[in-house]
Design a binder for this molecule. Structure first.
Ligand code: ITT
Length: 192
């Protein structure tokens, strides 16, 4: 079955493809006419809907999914949250975002390092019906980046019940417990 994913993030795409091996997954990057919309929602759900609707406008009669995700850190008032991709600035790359996170946490909440990853998906069925799902994984922020797998904040996120970061644990373990893996399991139920 054909699934269209409203993302330009290649690491997210790899996770979707690994977790949905029997689906034919496409993204907006294949459409020459497509330009990504501004993500100006106030919540993960609003941003996921903005992404899904913009792709649905040019791709009809197929499953379309918008996904918005991020890291909420308790001691930082749930920042970076919806700003996760651009926490250190509009063109920030992953290591810059991670460095800012560690710096802010050191300044504001060195002892409370609790955090959670959130993933929201807005899904449109081929006949245009909307569903909203989410997945969450709780954990804590390490004192320095460790590990080479994954993307974003994976080198500093230790899921509860583990002693290693997502970047050390690797994709197979991450895909059993992550926020995105949990949401994708709900997505499969909806499609079925
Ligand atoms: P698209 O909007 O094109 O999907 P994006 O990377 O901008 O790509 P988001 O707006 O949803 O995606 O921002 C998600 C950010 O949250 C991402 O760039 C990471 O910094 C962080 N993040 C989300 N899921 C993550 C994960 O599984 N591991 C590490 N960091 C993650």
């Amino acid at each position: 079955m054909e699934l269209w994913l409203a993302t330009g993030n290649r690491s997210k795409l790899i996770e979707f493809k690994t977790l949905l091996p029997s689906f034919e997954i496409h993204t907006q990057s294949e459409l020459s006419v497509f330009s990504p919309p501004p993500e100006n929602g106030k919540t993960f759900e609003e941003n996921a809907r903005i992404k899904a609707r913009s792709l649905k406008a040019v791709k009809t009669g197929v499953w379309v999914i918008g996904e918005d995700s991020g890291l909420e850190v308790e001691g930082l008032g749930n920042l970076p949250g919806i700003h996760s991709a651009r926490y250190a600035g509009p063109k920030a790359i992953d290591p810059e975002n991670v460095a800012k996170l560690l710096k802010m946490l050191g300044l504001k909440s060195a002892n409370n390092r609790k955090a959670k990853f959130q993933c929201y998906m807005v899904i449109y069925s081929p006949d245009g019906r909307e569903s909203v799902i989410n997945g969450t994984v709780e954990g804590s922020i390490s004192t320095k980046p460790i590990g080479t797998d994954g993307f974003g904040y994976d080198p500093v996120f230790i899921p509860d019940g583990e002693t290693k970061t997502f970047a050390e644990l690797g994709l197979t373990r991450k895909n059993q417990i992550s926020h995105r893996a949990q949401a994708i399991r709900k997505l499969i139920e909806i499609i079925n």
